[in-house]
Design a binder for this molecule. Structure first.
Ligand SMILES: [Zn+2]
Length: 268
């Protein structure tokens, strides 16, 4: 995606660049979608998860969003019949930090400060932000999960790598609780984590992950993402899941065809 074309998009881009300089470059490749302005007013987001501006229409809503309709490497996908592969394990160096939490009208997003990275495809990628979907966007062998978090990283040349992690009902998740207890409940509102949070504690014991080349799961659906989706889910309590679902009853794009892409599972 080049510089956003419409005045509203340009204004949103500038607002983003001011509010989050680290995100400005990512915005140029389309990640601004996840920073979209709150509902209502002139800058109302032009897309939604249901109704006449829902996923089936995303490709037609704006000239820059065409890939949502015609792209051949779209996300999310059904993670099934993966090819066993010997890829290097996901290596995260996520540092504890405090951070801003935004309700952007589409999700709860935590903008992470500089200093945390992941090595993906042998390249360091800086963690920019993470956000949540209910239900999960990816599915494993057709099975959906009630919650999925996406850790969005960018490398020095602008390529994105997103680490996906599923939640399954069980004991309460203390890391999630630190975010939920501070999260804003109105679109456009911002809060901050009350204390430094060690987000590495989100990660499951088994680092086995699915790998494939895909896209942003929100308009403009740019096909610039190396996906790393952890196979082992982690726990969240039913009450924690319900708390997010009460704010976002459905914020997941349906699965997209794999087409000619390879889906790998780093078992070897
Ligand atoms: Zn996402």
């Amino acid at each position: 995606m080049s510089q956003p074309a419409s005045p509203a998009s340009r204004r949103r881009f500038l607002t983003l660049a001011l509010a989050c300089p680290a995100c400005a470059v990512a915005a140029r490749v389309g990640i601004a979608a996840e920073h979209a302005a709150p509902k209502g007013g002139h800058d109302a987001p032009h897309w939604s998860y249901e109704g006449p501006t829902g996923p089936a229409q995303w490709g037609k809503l704006a000239p820059g969003d065409a890939l949502c309709g015609i792209g051949r490497e779209q996300s999310p996908v059904n993670l099934t019949e993966a090819i066993p592969a010997a890829t290097p394990d996901l290596a995260t160096r996520w540092a504890p930090a405090t951070a801003e939490i935004i309700h952007n009208g589409h999700t709860i997003q935590v903008n992470w400060p500089a200093g945390s990275e992941a090595v993906i495809d042998r390249q360091p990628h800086q963690l920019l932000q993470f956000h949540f979907h209910h239900p999960s966007e990816h599915v494993i062998d057709g099975r959906s999960f009630p919650l999925e978090v996406h850790f969005v990283h960018r490398n020095a040349s602008g390529g994105l790598a997103v680490v996906g992690l599923f939640f399954t009902p069980g004991p309460a998740n203390p890391t999630l609780e630190a975010i939920w207890s501070a999260m804003p409940t109105q679109a456009g509102d911002k809060t901050r984590l009350a204390a430094p949070l060690d987000i590495a504690s989100f990660l499951p014991g088994d680092p086995t992950s699915y790998r494939y080349a895909g896209s942003l799961t929100t308009p403009p659906c740019s096909e610039v993402v190396s996906w790393v989706v952890l196979r082992q889910p982690v726990s969240a309590s039913p009450a924690q899941i319900e708390r997010f679902a009460a704010l976002f009853p459905m914020n997941a794009r349906p699965v997209q065809p794999l087409n000619r892409r390879k889906l790998l599972l780093d078992l070897l």
